[in-house]
Design a protein around this ligand. Structure first.
Ligand code: GLA
Length: 378
């Protein structure tokens, strides 16, 4: 692309991916989540190009880019462009103050791995444009407009967790986020002598977007049926196990399973928070296994690859717990592994996975880190 030869960065933004310790699919059900950013991220470099409306974005990682005009920010057939275009569109709607800019991206965050590379892309862009053009958007506004961009341009009816985690995280902590009130608390996480090891299944079944939206609808259907008996219920957040029980006969079996997972998962987030505070690591691990069971059998967003790895981990005394993290249908499993057992676990999981699925597993350690940050360069 033409602009690359004379590019002079004015601003660098680093925008991280995230893991979610527990609380899957609870965000769009107004429940609790417990995510944190990780040290895998996308780096953005920006310059204003002096035009009123010509913009270029280039990805070094994928050696591909595109140009667009601020006057016509339409959806694209090319998936990743929609994260960019969607954010630009939302910012323009709110401010109408963008001008021509060029942006170079570089990522070490595996895409399609359930670590929210899409949120990192959206939020990093929002953060950068906010700085570059002094738009005065708050962090929460950037989080929310990025989430809206994902609804309108990328087509996933996602909750707020990923964008919130990417922007708001704090080193050494997970965020206990109440997705109803958006109240958040930083919970210190110290797992020593255990480590958080991710195993990237390297599969991301293409059911992910469509089934995600189906799950959201199923939960809404559950709420509608429950409201007939309990009109005060606004979301699954308001549904206690007793209420669910009283409505069991009214709910189709699948809907009942979805609702019971969400209700149990919300409780697990709160329990996990207590276990972290008291350093009850065995219990932390046990909750992960319970959550995976729910993800797989009740919410049905797992896949054979993730199930295999979680099951495999149970053979190891050095592994306290494991589950698939993120939206589902592949991505990474999150494992809490004793530091002395990491090497053997990774090696043996790699071999077992290779022989079962003929795929080379990608294992790596992650540490809770801070959210999106910017550095002015001129
Ligand atoms: C995706 C979505 C999030 C959340 C998770 C599941 O990552 O973007 O909003 O719903 O799935 O917990």
């Amino acid at each position: 692309m033409e602009f690359l030869d004379s590019f002079k960065s004015e601003l660098e933004v680093v925008s991280p991916g995230r893991i979610n310790l527990i609380g899957e699919h609870t965000d769009y059900n107004m429940g609790y989540v417990l995510p944190t950013a990780i040290e895998k991220n996308i780096t953005f470099n920006f310059q204003k190009n002096g035009t009123t409306d010509t913009c270029s974005v280039y990805s070094k990682t994928f050696d591909t880019g595109f140009e667009f005009n601020l006057k016509e920010v339409a959806r694209s057939e090319v998936e990743w462009r929609n994260y960019i275009l969607g954010v630009v569109n939302e910012i323009q709607k709110r401010t109408n103050r963008l001008q021509g800019f060029d942006c170079i991206l570089e990522s070490n965050l595996p895409t399609g791995s359930g670590l929210s590379s899409s949120a990192a892309l959206e939020c990093g862009l929002a953060f950068g444009l906010n700085e570059l053009f002094n738009l005065g958007l708050t962090k929460l506004e950037m989080v929310q407009l990025s989430q809206t961009a994902e609804h309108t341009y990328a087509g996933t009816q996602c909750g707020i967790m990923d964008q919130f985690a990417s922007v708001m995280s704090k080193e050494g902590h997970v965020i206990l986020l109440d997705c109803q009130s958006l109240e958040s608390n930083y919970i210190p996480i110290n797992l020593y002598p255990y480590k958080i090891i991710l195993l990237n299944t390297k599969v991301s079944h293409n059911l992910a977007t469509s089934e995600y939206n189906v799950r959201k609808k199923e939960c809404e259907e559950g709420v509608e049926i429950i409201q007939r008996k309990y009109p005060k219920v606004r979301s699954l957040r308001d549904v206690t196990p007793e209420i669910l029980d009283a409505c069991k006969m009214d709910l189709p079996e699948v809907i009942y399973k979805r609702c019971s997972f969400i209700i149990a998962e919300n409780k697990r987030v709160l329990d996990m928070t207590e276990h972290l505070k008291k350093n009850e690591l065995e219990r932390v691990g046990k909750l992960l296994y319970e959550a995976h069971e729910g993800i797989s059998s009740f919410y049905e967003v797992s896949c054979p690859e993730s199930d295999f790895l979680v099951e495999f981990s149970k053979k190891y005394d050095t592994v306290l717990g494991a589950r698939q993290t993120g939206g589902g249908f592949g991505g990474c499993t999150l494992n809490i592994v004793h530091q002395n057992g990491v090497e053997a676990f990774i090696k043996e999981a790699f071999a077992a996975y290779k022989s079962k699925f003929d795929i080379e597993l990608e294992p790596f350690e992650v540490k809770p880190t801070g959210g999106t940050s910017a550095k002015e360069l001129v």
